[in-house]
Design a binder for this molecule. Structure first.
Ligand SMILES: [Zn+2]
Length: 327
């Protein structure tokens, strides 16, 4: 994770694209201006401009369309670059190489006066932050259904993906990132046995490389399969400065409980700064998909606001900074 060369390379490459597109744009604008010049003005211009062919409405249309298209491309490229930069922001130092199951937020419910003061110092808005996490995907049907529902309700979550699933379903993987969710590493093959360092490296690095290749995101979040912390995987991840992300609320959705039972369990274990474990893959997750509307509606009612795991870490950091200022 310390090797940032590919990102820097990609960054400079994208600027080359932007500069090239802008050059093309200015070229288009100049040609459009030239072809639109009235003839009495053209006589005052340089001989080379006088020799240009007369204006032609259909040519102008083509030029305007080309210039609009190039402009849109530049804007889209910049937006994508901005998103990737945001997603690749390094995690706060206090989480690098550490294992955690929730974050500590000292004062999540604020009075109006506190909120106004927080806004002035850049603290994020009021509400009890909680992070929904989905493991073991991408999975046909279920991941798409989860994404559809999250999009409809403007909820952002974190997806701990399995490398071999990513290889099989690259389009779903790209969709996760394109829709603004955080993506994280859940090994290549999702096994529980003991790993030597080379085996652990292969499980984690291969997955990270594929995620990067498909989405441009260098994830620094890892969750070990089964939450097993002592089989060599978490140790390797910590050594590579990943944050090892566990959970504070377990839906136990893999036990095939009813959707009501899933909801009740999460509501019982939900807390400000908490991390909720759900599954969008690894088996039949119809119950999880069914439970999702119940979970989200009830948590919203209780004053929770949904954030990604990277946002949750940033909140703890800001909260600590605020406490330090107060203290
Ligand atoms: Zn898993």
């Amino acid at each position: 994770m310390a090797d940032r060369h590919p990102f820097i390379k990609q960054h400079s490459l994208s600027w080359v694209v932007v500069v090239a597109a802008l050059t093309f744009l200015s070229g288009c604008t100049l040609s459009a201006a030239r072809s639109a010049s009235p003839r009495h003005l053209a006589s005052n211009m340089t001989p080379s401009l006088n020799q240009l062919p007369s204006s032609n409405p259909s040519e102008e249309k083509v030029l305007v369309a080309q210039s609009n298209q190039a402009y849109k491309k530049v804007v889209a490229k910049l937006a994508q670059q901005q998103k990737i930069t945001k997603l690749n922001k390094p995690i706060p130092a206090q989480f690098q190489g550490k294992t955690f199951k929730n974050v500590k937020i000292n004062n999540p419910i604020k009075t109006v006066a506190q909120e106004a003061s927080d806004k002035r110092i850049g603290q994020s808005a009021v509400g009890k932050p909680i992070a929904l996490t989905f493991d073991d995907g991408p999975w046909p049907n279920t991941t798409g259904q989860v994404l559809d529902f999250l999009k409809k309700n403007n909820v952002k979550a974190t997806f701990f993906v399995v490398g071999r699933q990513v290889q099989q379903y690259p389009q779903i993987t790209k969709r996760i990132v394109n829709e603004g969710h955080a993506i994280a590493n859940h090994t290549w093959s999702h096994q529980y046995h003991r790993y030597n360092p080379a085996g652990a490296a292969s499980e984690i690095d291969k997955t990270a490389q594929l995620i990067y290749k498909l989405t441009g995101v260098k994830t620094n979040l890892f969750r070990p399969p089964g939450g097993i912390l002592n089989n060599g995987l978490a140790a390797y991840a910590q050594q590579k400065k990943y944050a090892v992300v566990m959970w504070s609320a377990d839906s136990l959705d893999w036990r095939h409980n009813s959707s009501q039972a899933l909801r009740d369990r999460i509501l019982k274990e939900a807390s400000a700064g908490g991390i909720v474990l759900l599954h969008d893959g690894g088996g039949n997750r119809a119950k999880t998909v069914q439970a999702l509307p119940l979970i989200i509606a009830e948590l919203k009612k209780r004053g929770y606001k949904f954030v990604t795991v990277p946002e949750l870490m940033e909140m703890q950091e800001k909260d600590q900074e605020m406490m330090a200022r107060k203290g």
